[in-house]
Design a protein around this ligand. Structure first.
Ligand code: C2E
Ligand code: CA
Ligand code: CA
Length: 806
């Protein structure tokens, strides 16, 4: 008998257990059908047989169906986690009962109708059921179901551990089933001793049946613990919604649906590829973006395509090892696309096990930009050659090799820019860059690189220490640079290059680039177009130059230079009639650096334009400040380097500076040396004429030290002539100097030029020059150059102490 009982329980349980692991609507349909069937046949089996387990314990077929119904309903609600399932179940019980009653009545009637065929002689009494009993049974089932879930909910709120909660659930299940055995007889037949006997007699049967049906529930609690945990984690039931009328329900549902629809719209329309994947790596769902990115057809069959086959660099370790965490990484997918893949584990949904959301973003464009940026950071955009940064890297990489570095500096490249414009300059640079690359074909067996290291500077690095090879290559490079470059408009440009060469062995220390630069400096001082080889003795001189040029650039940018002013006195009245602005540079590491040293560096390094502009503006502002404080009739003299006149921009700079400082042009005097216009008259003379037209005064500086070509003095609109201090240092005792100064003074007065004599240090010198009618005196005899606030104007002789440091 026990075996028979177990066989039935197993038969009744195996289906709902199986359904619990189906998915979606298939699961729900199966459950509903099964529960309806069990309810229906329960009505008949109650009368068909009874299973005597022992003498006292009896379990009817109807009772077994009742147990199966309760067990299946509990499983169903656990799996669905939806309170409306209860509502549907209630409805189902009502419907089946109505059907049951009607069918029983009908069949009972049919069987008692005379002439009916009843081959198995089934008793009409089997269907002769009392309608009241069926209704009561149905109502009790509903009440018990609701009661059971009400208790479940109450237990859920206690938040006990999983085993405790499940144990309590099982006990509640058994209790409710037994309750049925008590309630039904009492309600149906009233409370009296006979009924009490029946109840007690039937109770043991109910207990056995209830315990038997708790076995599948325990089984489910173990193997389907994910589902049950999810049920327990869900919100508790909103009982009121069970009893809401349909319209309200519909509204609630439509709100819920709206949310779902919105989520679906987002899922289907985002540009990001999204796929839901199960734990075995099969795709359950994917949005259109994902499908089109990885080339899946839109009619994807869930649970068939393994996700890892879609990513070329991805293999089985694509699934995060730590299942609680995220995974993010770059992958390749589709034809040759690159993507950023994020894998996020999400909690179990319904009966389904845990899933992963794969979100894929195409990063092709990003990668392209990244590569472009990488390229740009390492290449010169004009010539396409690698830049200084790459050169440094290559040199570091080759530190174990013997290498040679040739720096190539184009001669007078600025002239190209000035004369033909920057477009032409750019073209020359890119042609030279290509030609330099071409020269490497003359040494095909050596590893070599060509880089552009600066404005008009290139570097060729060769992995060799063979001097002969380098000599040959240097010649080839110079030859390549020298070939004529024809501009689009037809002009022909001739360029030449000066080269600095240095070698470095595997054990050598020091900066090979700096050594090559030193060699270049040396070569330049020998004459443009030559080749210089690095020698150890070069360094001290040229290293200082390199150091100065680097520091000067920084100092200029940080505005760390200063302008001092050396007063010029009228010899007759000993009053200040003007000042000469002289630039000063104090470096924290190197101390005071004289302009005689750093001005040539600035000229060579192309910094003079900026430096000159800054001095001019500073001096003009100072002149204006003095003017504003009531000091009139003084001239502000500013030195102008020959290089400043080369760039054709000087005129604009001066105009702009006067505007900005609001210094009257008549107060400004520019000092130029003869070298400014040697061989450049055509260029320079119009600029000087234009400057004069602005009202600015012009002075010939250092007169007598250069070419002293009188023709320049004659054809140019000079105002002042400054006699260099080398003509006065041995006055008055030196006869030659006396004759020289006398002649220049005579010449100047004939030409109506104001004479300024600089470098006057002694009383004797002063007296002599004064006696010769020299008008303006500048020199240590009166004052060296000092900061602006040290010059005291009201008194005729500025009172300051000669300060060696200044
Ligand atoms: P320079 O134009 O001939 O300037 C006069 C130089 O003689 C100044 O030297 C001045 O300090 C110095 N000096 C003045 N009186 C005496 C004296 O009694 N005895 C002696 N031994 N020297 C005296 P500094 O300031 O060192 O300037 C040297 C040169 O640097 C200047 O010669 C000028 O050619 C150049 N320089 C200075 N400042 C600037 C500037 O702002 N721009 C440009 N382009 N060149 C500048
Ligand atoms: Ca000067
Ligand atoms: Ca001078």
């Amino acid at each position: 008998m026990v075996v028979l009982l177990l066989a039935q329980v197993i038969l009744f349980s195996i289906f709902p257990l199986y359904f619990s692991f189906l998915s979606g609507s298939l699961r729900r349909t199966s459950f509903y059908t099964y529960i309806a069937l069990v309810l229906l046949i329960g009505g008949f089996f109650g009368n068909v047989y009874s299973l005597p387990i022992t003498e006292k314990i009896n379990i009817s077929g109807g009772n077994l169906c009742y147990g199966a119904f309760m067990m299946a309903s509990v499983l169903f609600v656990f799996v669905e986690r939806d309170i409306f399932i209860l509502r549907h179940l209630v409805r189902l019980v009502v419907l089946v009962n109505v059907f049951n009653v009607s069918l029983s009545l009908l069949v009972g009637k049919i069987l008692t109708t005379p002439g009916i065929i009843n081959p198995h002689s089934i008793s009409a009494a089997l269907f002769d059921v009392s309608i009241a009993f069926i209704i009561l049974g149905g109502s009790l089932i509903i009440a018990e179901l609701l009661f059971l879930f009400y208790c479940f909910d109450a237990v859920k709120k206690c938040q006990w551990s999983y085993p405790v909660t499940t144990a309590v659930y099982i006990l509640l299940f058994i209790f409710t089933l037994c309750l049925d055995g008590v309630l039904f007889p009492f309600i149906a037949f009233g409370i009296n001793p006979v009924v009490l006997d029946i109840v007690i007699g039937g109770l043991s049967g109910k207990i056995v049946m209830a315990c038997s049906f708790s076995i599948p529930l325990i089984f489910f609690a173990i193997i389907g613990h994910r589902s049950l945990s999810a049920y327990l984690a869900n919100d508790t039931v909103k009982w009121s919604s069970l009893f809401t009328i349909n319209r309200q329900l519909k509204r609630e549902l439509s709100e819920k649906n709206y949310g779902l629809k919105q989520a679906a719209t987002v899922f289907n329309n985002v540009k990001e590829g999204l796929a839901v994947v199960d734990t075995s790596g099969l795709i359950i769902k994917a949005n259109p973006a994902f499908c089109s990115m990885v080339g899946l057809s839109k009619g994807l069959i869930p649970g068939v395509t393994p996700i890892h086959t879609l990513f070329s660099s991805a293999d089985s370790d694509m699934l995060p090892i730590d299942k609680s965490g995220h995974w993010r990484g770059e992958v390749k997918f589709g034809k040759a696309s690159q993507g950023l893949l994020t894998i996020t584990p999400v909690g179990a949904e319904s009966s389904q096990a845990e899933t992963y959301v794969y979100s894929l973003v195409n990063i092709d464009e990003l990668k392209e930009t990244q590569n472009e940026l990488f390229y740009l950071a390492r290449h010169d955009p004009l010539t396409g050659l690698e830049n200084r940064r790459v050169l440094d890297e290559i040199i570091t990489d080759l530190s174990a090799e013997s290498i040679c570095l040739i720096v190539v500096d184009l001669d007078h490249f600025k002239d190209v820019n000035d004369s033909y414009g920057h477009g032409a300059g750019d073209m020359v640079l890119s042609v030279v860059g290509q030609r330099l690359l071409g020269t490497l074909s003359s040494i095909p067996t050596f590893t070599a690189h060509v880089c552009r290291t600066g404005g008009d500077e290139f570097a060729v690095l060769i992995v060799t220490s063979d001097k002969e090879v380098i000599d040959q290559l240097s010649q080839t490079i110079q030859g390549a640079c020298k070939s004529v470059i024809t501009l689009p408009q037809g002009s022909e440009i001739y360029v030449s290059a000066t080269l600095g060469v240095s070698f470095q062995g595997p054990s050598d220390k020091g900066d090979i680039l700096q050594k090559a630069d030193s060699a270049l400096y040396a070569a330049k001082s020998e004459g443009r177009g030559s080749i210089g080889y690095y020698e150890e003795k070069l360094t001290s001189v040229s290293q200082r130059k390199i150091q100065l040029s680097v520091k000067l650039k920084q100092a200029l940018e940080a505005e760390q230079l200063q302008v001092f002013y050396q007063p010029q006195y009228a010899s007759a009245t000993k009053k200040i009639v003007g000042v000469e602005a002289l630039v000063r540079w104090y470096d924290a590491e190197l101390g005071w650096i004289g302009p005689d040293e750093f001005i040539p560096v600035a000229e060579e390094m192309g910094l003079i334009e900026k430096l000159g502009e800054w001095v001019l503006l500073t001096a003009c502002k100072q002149g204006k400040a003095w003017l504003d404080s009531g000091i009139k009739d003084i001239k502000m003299s500013v030195n102008v380097s020959a290089h400043q006149l080369r760039f054709g921009q000087f005129m604009n700079t001066v105009k702009h500076t006067l505007l900005k400082s609001r210094l009257p042009a008549s107060m400004l005097q520019l000092e130029l040396t003869e070298s400014s216009f040697i061989e450049r008259e055509q260029d320079v003379i119009p600029q000087l004429v234009a400057l004069k037209a602005l009202g600015i005064q012009l002075a010939i500086d250092d007169f007598g030290t250069g070419y002293s070509s009188l023709s320049y003095v004659a054809i140019l609109p000079w105002d002042t002539l400054k006699i260099d201090r080398s003509f006065v240092n041995r006055l008055p005792e030196d006869k030659a100097q006396r004759q020289m100064t006398d002649t220049i003074l005579q010449l100047a007065s004939n030409m109506d030029l104001v004479i300024v004599v600089e470098g006057v240090e002694t009383q004797a010198q002063f007296d002599y020059l004064q006696s010769k009618g020299c008008e303006i005196i500048q020199g240590y005899y009166f004052s060296p150059a000092v900061p602006a606030d040290k010059i005291i104007f009201p008194t005729n002789r500025s009172t300051f102490v000669r300060d060696e440091e200044l």
